[in-house]
Design a protein around this ligand. Structure first.
Ligand SMILES: [Zn+2]
Length: 263
């Protein structure tokens, strides 16, 4: 097998749909009810830039999608902009982006830089999972230099566990998430291995317009060129996926079991 046929093989075998392969009747049911994806991000920029295209694609295929923001990312404020004012700018940009992409946005308002990993935060996210009942949850990978991102990863793993626990009494009934994936984020790149590709070409241009609502996307708050990086990343991911524009994810290790039946 040469490199080209290897890449084409990945393109056909990788995720055409984010849902697991099941029986024909289950697939027909999924086509009629594409389900719900919940993205959980430490900061709104992470949510839109690394998970927004996936959420938009879910809305495009008539599923539903919700972005949960643990903080407003207010401490990324540029000079001469008060932190609180910048936080409200981030909230407004996220609400505007969510409207454009046809997704919901939820804000938890933990202080940026101080998102706590504890029982309270895990139970709060558990409650959000029980309320929204997502089939799939996407969040930060834990190999990050940023403490908020690492804490978000740990919070979500515990929250998914709590949400499914029938004997844990909360205001809403238990809910089991089918799959958990981690997003392709330049700040969370340590030991990140892309293994799942999603075709986001139908929403690529719309997603770029949504990201442009954020000053940081245009490089107005720091050195990093978010627009160049994430715009190019979706093109780079196309080279191995075969899709025109793709988002790469990493599956939770519990989902990596493969069953082979030799004939
Ligand atoms: Zn962040």
């Amino acid at each position: 097998m040469d490199r080209r046929s290897f890449a084409q093989g990945i393109g056909s075998a990788a995720m055409l749909s984010v849902f697991p392969k099941r029986s024909l009747s289950a697939e027909a049911s999924e086509a009629a009810h594409p389900g719900k994806i919940m993205a959980i991000a430490a900061h709104p920029g992470d949510g839109l830039f690394t998970m927004g295209a996936l959420l938009a694609q879910q809305a495009e295929r008539r599923g539903t999608a919700v972005l949960v923001n643990l903080s407003l990312g207010e401490r990324g404020a540029p000079k001469n902009t008060p932190v609180n004012q910048y936080g409200e700018m981030q909230r407004a940009a996220t609400e505007k982006a969510a409207r454009l992409l046809g997704i919901d946005a939820v804000f938890m308002d933990y202080p940026d830089g101080e998102i706590p990993f504890n029982e309270e935060s895990a139970l709060r996210v558990c409650d959000a999972i029980r309320e929204h009942k997502p089939d799939i949850v996407v969040t930060h990978w834990g190999g990050s230099w940023h403490k908020d991102h690492r804490n978000c990863h740990r919070i979500v793993r515990d929250a998914v566990f709590f949400a499914a626990l029938e004997t844990l009494e909360r205001s809403r009934a238990a809910h089991s998430v089918s799959k958990v994936f981690y997003a392709d984020n330049w700040e969370d790149a340590n030991r990140f291995v892309a293994d799942t590709y999603i075709d986001v070409d139908p929403v690529y241009e719309k997603w770029l317009r949504a990201c442009d609502f954020y000053p940081m996307w245009r490089g107005q708050t720091g050195f990093f060129r978010y627009n160049d990086y994430y715009g190019s990343l979706s093109v780079m991911r196309r080279c191995v996926s075969g899709f025109k524009h793709a988002v790469a994810l990493m599956a939770d290790e519990s989902q990596r079991t493969q069953r082979l039946r030799f004939l």
